[in-house]
Design a protein around this ligand. Sequence first.
Ligand SMILES: [Zn+2]
Length: 315
Amino acid sequence: MFIGIDIGGSSIKGVLTDTTGRVHAFTSLPTGKTAHGIDTDIGGMCRLLAERAGVDFTGVRGIGIGTAGSIDRDRGLIFTSPNIPCLKNHQLTKSISAVTGKPVFIENDATVAVMGELWAGHGREYRDWIMLTLGTGIGGGLVINGAVYTGTKGSSMEVGHTTIDYKGLKCPCGNTGCLELYASATALVRYAGAQLKRYPLSSLKARTRTGALSSKMIYEEALKKDELALHALHRTGEYLGIGLANFVNLFNPQAVILGGGLSRAHKFILPIVKKTVRARVLKGFANDLKYLPIKDEERAPALGAAKVAIDVLHG
Ligand SMILES: [Zn+2]
């Protein structure tokens, strides 16, 4: 048995799995505020997973952890994690090993999400595919010939920071006109907010009187055919299609797997994305291209993290 942990900005998720990818137990809890608190929580979570699955903790062979931020895999160190500042310069593998007595391995959060989908999701049906996660930013993953491509430092496919408008908005990353400034959930909310004045009859305008505009709100109003909500989602789909057309031309994938909060609005976005990609890629590249959602978004990163430990310890 192996444990996979996915440390996110708002929650920590854990799975207990065997070497086939079957989930024997799953649990999650809110992310703690201190490094020590997080270590203790993960230690408790590991024991709880074993207990829930009815297995003796001594039968757990190893723990894999996926975490956001920049990491040093070999030293098991988190340098910085923008969404979890308390983990700055934290020796994660050493501390979790100390509280569990197990070998611990860490990996980048984007990589474990791709590994989970490749191992136990739709990714197993395709040889060459890319993943896009549409949330606060836009993340990416790449599988070439059945293997995750991670780049030299373990963080390839920073698709959110590829340029789609060279004279466009300034990005905190230092670049100009980055895709995620136009096609993420954050970008959608920013754009719709800026357009409220031009759409005085929009139901979004009424809703902003009682709460801050959100991508969920825009999706809900689009379902009711609000003109601004539909327009903002259409625009998001167009930009996303432009970005994706670049990746399709680069990698000629069999499938594009989509995740992240904004992918829930696929009903509105996906038809535009497909149309834009088809119009922009080289002939033939879009013909058999499949678009799929991540199979089990909640568990995929934790499963992928477990796979990291399995690959090292089980071969
Ligand atoms: Zn950027």
